[in-house]
Design a binder for this molecule. Structure first.
Ligand SMILES: [Cu+2]
Length: 532
């Protein structure tokens, strides 16, 4: 008899496997990145067997902006086909990608605030898929709940219930589904990616990720760099096999059977090839003017500390204008930026601080060896400055601790449950269960969430909401330099803490919150809240 995943977990829990592992005691190695040279990230390094190109030789690709199929008075309608594509990521080799419209990154969608965006996703892949718009204030039935799957086109409904993995699936689409996004929220850099139960890590790794930008009038009048000087940068790491295929240590590479990764990668999969918009260590020629870069860390497990080499002769390397949830109240200067998985940093770089001809490398101070470089800018020529950074960007009202109606605590750690002999990642000691509600905030309320990460770093993402970070790191700390304004993902250092003021705005219903280290997420570090 084959046990369901839930039954497995219940048995394991009943068996008393409830002890939390002390740091480093996983028994399967690879718990900490230190084993692989300092990568500053949870996970084990998976080196590429293929020959990787010389850095800074491949031009930076820009994902195409998708045109609507049609529009009417209130909505724009798009169509995306999820399918296999073949990309030349490494020179001379072909990589099979699972892409939105067959490309990686997927096409960029640009929406206007408050205009409904309807995206018909057609699944021509061989496995169920789920689309989540990360950062979107979306009704629950369109949010990409992990078990709300769109089955492959042509697959009969009879197959539902179980198609790889062990959670019971809820089929929302037979081949296609219309995801409807009200987008009643300010201008911001969002992204969409796969969120299939048990298989998010490998399906994102294969390419199912793209940008979704929201624009509005308030942002447009600011005069920030736009057009060719407003560039989304999706940064992620990958490993390649000798023939150029993506190398991911799935237990079942077909993604139709047993979920999970080989034990030594339980803490995260780190590749040694850094891609920006799908190209390895690319290069971009720029004019000596202001540029806006929308930085997104779309990696499964890798965190980055980004800096410019050389730094500008004067001024800060980066002037941050936006965060996960949109524009900051006012610009904020950084010489380096720490970006955890799924976080977005909207920054301006002023290339007029460099003489024409300068090569400026975007480096990753957390990375070792090939992962220490990200991409290069070449200040190729003079340009006319047409944009500016105004001193005030957006209205922002800080929430106060006294507004919180309820206080909750969540602990993100390895331990508390096992499956097939593997110790899982858990929230308050519990593995994910779609039927268990861990928080039931009332619509419109503000709650204080105290979250803590054990064992390793954990980037924590809460669906639906935007939150403000009161403190990070415990003690009498503040929000730190990287948690300004509205966030949807916060980075917990190993053993780190954060206090969040979470505003449950938008819709009633059940949503997930989880670790955005995708290996932790797939290995059950996820829980539910239901807005009532
Ligand atoms: Cu985690």
């Amino acid at each position: 008899m084959k046990l369901s995943r839930k039954e497995f977990l219940r048995l394991s829990l009943a068996g008393g496997a409830g002890l939390f592992l002390p740091f480093g005691a996983s028994g399967c190695g690879g718990l900490f990145s230190g084993n692989n040279g300092a990568q500053g990230s949870a996970g084990a390094l998976l080196k590429s067997a293929a020959k990787l190109p010389e850095p800074f030789t491949i031009p930076l690709p820009i994902p195409p902006v998708l045109e609507p199929v049609h529009t009417d008075a209130s909505a724009d309608y798009y169509a995306i086909t999820q399918k296999v594509g073949r990309a030349e990521i490494l020179p001379g080799l072909k990589t099979e990608v699972w892409g939105y419209n067959g490309i990686f990154p997927g096409p960029t969608i640009e929406s206007r605030r408050g205009r409904q965006t309807v995206i018909r996703h057609r699944n021509e892949l061989d496995v169920p898929t789920v689309v989540h718009l990360h950062g979107g204030k979306t009704p629950p039935e369109h949010d990409g709940y992990p078990t709300d799957v769109v089955m492959p086109i042509g697959r009969r409904k009879s197959g539902h219930g179980n198609h790889g993995g062990h959670a019971e699936l809820n089929v929302i689409g037979e081949g296609t589904f219309d995801y409807k996004y009200p987008l009643d929220q300010p201008a911001a850099t969002l992204w969409y990616h796969d969120h299939r139960m048990d298989f998010t890590g490998p399906q994102v790794y294969k390419g199912l990720a793209g940008f979704h930008l929201i624009q509005d009038d308030e942002e447009e009048v600011l005069g920030l760099p736009n057009g060719e000087r407003d560039i989304p940068l999706m940064i992620c790491d990958r490993s390649f096999t000798e023939d150029g295929s993506f190398n991911y240590p799935s237990l079942d590479p077909s993604l139709k059977g047993e979920p999970g990764v080989e034990p030594e990668y339980m803490s995260g999969v780190l590749g040694n090839c850094i891609l920006v918009n799908g190209a390895p260590w690319p290069v971009l020629e720029v004019t000596n003017t202001l540029y806006r870069f929308r930085l997104l860390n779309a990696s499964n497990a890798r965190r980055y500390q980004l800096a410019l080499d050389p730094p500008p002769r004067e001024g800060a390397s980066f002037v941050q204008v936006g965060s996960d949830g949109g524009l900051l109240a006012k610009p904020m200067k950084h010489d380096k930026i720490e970006v955890a998985q799924a976080e977005r940093f909207d920054v301006i770089v002023d290339f007029s601080s460099y003489p024409v001809g300068t090569e400026v490398t975007l480096i990753n101070e957390f990375g070792a060896d090939s992962a220490a470089k990200v991409m290069r800018f070449v200040v190729a020529r003079e340009g006319t400055e047409e944009s500016r950074i105004p001193p005030k960007l957006a209205d922002f009202r800080p929430l106060s601790r006294s507004e919180a109606t309820v206080e909750r605590e969540f602990r993100f750690a390895r331990g508390g449950a096992q499956m097939d002999g593997m110790t899982l990642w858990t929230v308050n000691g519990e593995p994910f269960d779609p039927d268990r509600i861990d928080a039931d905030p009332e619509l419109g309320d503000v709650e204080l969430w105290k979250i803590r990460g054990l064992n390793l770093e954990h980037p924590i993402h809460i669906h639906l909401v935007r939150f403000q970070v009161l403190t990070v790191g415990g003690g009498n700390g503040d929000a730190g330099p990287y948690n300004q304004c509205w966030k949807d993902t916060v980075s917990l250092s190993s053993g780190g803490e954060a206090e969040l003021l979470v505003k449950f705005d938008g819709y009633r219903g059940k949503y997930v919150f989880h670790c955005h280290n995708l290996e932790h997420e797939d290995m059950m570090m996820m829980a539910n809240f239901e807005v009532v």
